[in-house]
Design a binder for this molecule. Structure first.
Ligand code: PEP
Ligand code: MN
Length: 351
């Protein structure tokens, strides 16, 4: 439930609303905003009797949020959430942010070298897994903390922000200490205790859609993070399981406009895991931007044939450069632009 305050409500009147909510046994979330000041009421399971609140001074209206996800919904907050990273990248506004890098961090030469090329091409966020969720227990599981250290080195050399996955509660504290964005992978989308703990770190969270999750499930998982007081969540469509074996997953591009209408949170697309095939990544990345995605996550490897994971879906750096030029044109066509590059040079638009 949302208690919307009048424009001329005094801080004392807002406090009185907070006090009554607390007395009723719920949690109050004051939300001073540009357009309106409101106080959110959370912690209720079912409808709240609003009689006491309605009669308080300064209260304009009471909105019962109809969706099961409350703080994530557009009813709760209409302004888009913008996640801002230490290097100035903003995700969720008019700019399109690009996260790129290998599936796994493998060596210093690999990650520092590719970061340099990605930065030159205009990407501002570097991805790379140090803790990998692999289907087989015998497959490469990631470099662990050594990989995080290499990501930090690549950040220092390139100025890019870094996003990397926390696989479990054990790796979470380590990942939080190094990363600018903590990734919660598809397989962990409904690991609710991990979501709560990740929320409590206060760091931006990239939440990937589970491969059998509905959009509603995704938004309810995001609600776990917001319920911990962390509103810095970026959603990611990365494909769901389909019945057609031509691609690894079915990249659900409709989820992008659907999420946009239901939530104020930014949503990006991952056409690499979404297709599993290098040749399909560029067309689907272009389509995702055209569909209104706030950004992309793309796997790029300097030598995909030798990649320790996901080589078949990793772009060559030259292909990534081409993709950046193409999405710069698409962004412009829909009244958006790419996040300014770290080199100060605009991404060249090829027409
Ligand atoms: C990844 O980004 O490398 C990854 C494992 O993604 P997902 O959780 O979407 O499979
Ligand atoms: Mn991968």
């Amino acid at each position: 439930m949302l208690i919307v305050m009048r424009h001329d409500a005094t801080p004392e009147q807002v406090q009185a609303v907070v006090d009554v909510i607390n007395e009723m046994g719920y949690e109050a979330r004051p939300m001073p905003g540009k357009q309106r000041t409101a106080v959110g009421l959370v912690g209720n399971d079912g409808k709240v009797n609003a009689d006491r609140l309605e009669s308080l001074g300064g209260v304009l209206e009471i909105i019962h949020v109809s969706q099961p996800y409350k703080q994530v919904s557009r009813e709760w907050r209409d302004e888009p959430t913008i996640v801002e990273l230490p290097n100035g990248t903003r995700i969720g506004g008019s700019e399109i942010a690009v996260m790129a890098g290998p599936c796994s961090v493998e060596s210093e030469a690999q990650i520092v070298g590719v970061a340099q090329r990605l930065r030159e091409a205009g990407a501002t966020i570097l991805r790379g897994g140090a803790f990998k969720p692999r289907t087989s227990p015998y497959a490469f599981q990631g470099m662990g903390e050594a990989g995080l250290k290499l990501l930090a080195l690549a950040r220092q050399e390139s100025g890019m922000s870094i996003v990397t996955e926390a696989l479990d509660e054990e790796s979470l504290a380590l990942v939080a200490a190094y990363a600018d964005i903590i990734q919660i992978g598809a397989r962990n989308m409904q690991n609710f205790s991990l979501l709560r703990r990740a929320g409590r770190t206060g760091k931006p969270i990239l939440l990937k859609r589970g491969m059998a999750a509905t959009v509603k499930d995704l938004l309810l998982s995001a609600e776990y993070v917001l319920a911990e007081g962390n509103g810095q969540v970026i959603l990611c469509e990365r494909g769901v399981r389909g019945f057609d074996t031509h691609t690894r997953n079915l990249l659900d591009l409709t989820a992008i406009p659907v999420v946009k209408s239901l939530s104020h949170l930014p949503i990006i697309a991952d056409p690499s895991h979404g297709t599993g095939l290098r040749a399909k990544v560029i067309p689907m990345a272009r389509a995702a931007v055209a569909a209104g995605a706030d950004g992309l996550m793309v796997e790029v490897h300097p030598d995909p044939e030798r990649a320790m994971s996901d080589g078949a879906q990793s772009l060559y750096p030259e292909q990534f450069e081409e993709l950046m030029e193409q999405i710069a044109v698409i962004a412009e066509a829909i009244g958006r632009e790419l996040v300014p590059s770290l080199t100060g040079r605009p991404v060249r638009a090829v027409v």
